[in-house]
Design a binder for this molecule. Structure first.
Ligand code: ADP
Ligand code: TRP
Length: 335
């Protein structure tokens, strides 16, 4: 039985997209409402691997805070905070780096993917060390589960490896091994290109809070059945991104069934399918969009939420850090 869950989102770019929502955030909100304790945070230190512009970073952080709150993170139920407000993340990260090998770190996907396109000289150490900081983010709070999308699985596995190495040396009860909580069906939402996972860095996203105009463009750029040339050609529904998105967003099941049946027969055009997808999107996210607009006006409230979250997170984090320091010999008193 899972009692405590923790997850974070890196404010490295634009607003959240529907891949983030269905792959991770929706599950996080469900857990918030069903288990003892949930902790969610904005992983702003992680954003430094790519964002080196002060204003952009501050904007990104504010956007993720607003997105998260609008999508349902409730600071009364979850501990909601900003990573950089809790210095214990950095402290534990420096310690944990000593319990994992360089060659293990070289096998991490994020680093390997970057290395496939860039030279080593263009990869900063923040990116290389990123999974160790993520392990510290997790282990500080001793969660049973980490709700994330599939792309984060390797990071949670590394976290377990680090904790295991540490516990083997200092005692099995010190760091709790977390489980990745990844939806089998929604852990990897496809992008509008119909090929790769939806990701802000690939530019194949459908936003949640962008303007209607942008969302329209994103939906209309969406790939469909590549073998279907004319609206009268019979089409394939399975694996077709527009229908994957209809299944996620369209609450009018009759309409979805009708569109699919006509698509298979070749009696509906892409434009109608996409217009209806846009309508379904706007209906689905309308309450969240309204809530975000309200929150945007209230900077004081955001500050208070983050201040209170940081306090609560620090209390938990310092407990673990003290335990770790005590175990390894970084005791603060001589005796
Ligand atoms: P992006 O890849 O767009 O930069 P992030 O890395 O910020 O997204 O991911 C935030 C959360 O959303 C993570 O838990 C991640 O696993 C999840 N996530 C991101 N993209 C997808 C996707 N296409 N399908 C499912 N989950 C996703
Ligand atoms: N790496 C995650 C992402 O890119 C964000 C993250 C940072 C995270 N620290 C975490 C997720 C700890 C879960 C737990 O989406």
């Amino acid at each position: 039985m899972i009692k405590r869950a923790l997850s974070g989102i890196t404010p490295s770019g634009s607003n959240l997209h529907i891949g983030n929502y269905f792959g991770a955030v929706k599950q996080q909100i469900e857990l918030q409402n069903s288990i003892d304790q949930t902790l969610y945070f904005v992983a702003d230190l992680h954003a430094l691997t790519t964002v080196h512009d002060k204003e952009q970073l501050q904007n990104n952080i504010r956007n993720v805070v607003l997105d998260y709150l609008a999508l349902g993170v409730d600071p009364e139920k979850s501990i909601f905070f900003r990573q950089s407000d809790v210095p214990q993340h950095c402290e534990l990260s420096v310690i944990l780096a000593n319990y994992i090998s360089f060659s293990h770190m070289q096998r991490m996907h994020a680093y390997k993917d970057k290395l496939a396109n860039d030279s080593e000289a263009d990869i900063n150490m923040g990116l290389f060390n990123y999974p160790i900081l993520m392990a510290a983010d997790i282990l500080l709070y001793q969660p049973d589960g980490v709700p994330v999308g599939e792309d984060q699985k390797q990071h949670v596995e590394l976290t377990r490896d680090i904790a295991q190495n540490f516990n083997k040396r200092y005692g099995s009860e010190i760091l709790k091994l977390p489980e990745p909580l990844i939806s089998k069906t929604l852990g990897k939402i496809i992008g509008t290109d119909g090929v790769r996972k939806m990701s802000k860095s690939l530019g194949n996203v459908i936003g949640i809070f962008d303007s209607e105009e942008i969302i329209r463009k994103q939906i209309f750029s969406c790939f469909t059945d590549p073998n279907r040339i004319k609206a009268t050609d019979p089409g394939k529904v399975e694996g077709n991104p527009v229908f994957i998105f209809h299944d996620l967003l369209n609450q009018n099941q009759e309409e979805v069934d009708d569109l699919k049946a006509r698509y298979i027969k070749g009696s509906v055009g892409d434009v109608e399918v996409k217009e209806k997808l846009l309508k379904a999107h706007l209906t689905y996210f309308q309450p969240f969009r309204e809530k975000r607009k309200e929150l945007e006006k209230n900077n004081k409230l955001l500050e208070n939420i983050l201040r209170q979250g940081a306090q609560r997170a620090q209390n938990l984090a310092s407990e673990t850090l003290n335990k770790v320091e005590e175990a390894i010999g970084l005791t603060k008193v001589f005796n």
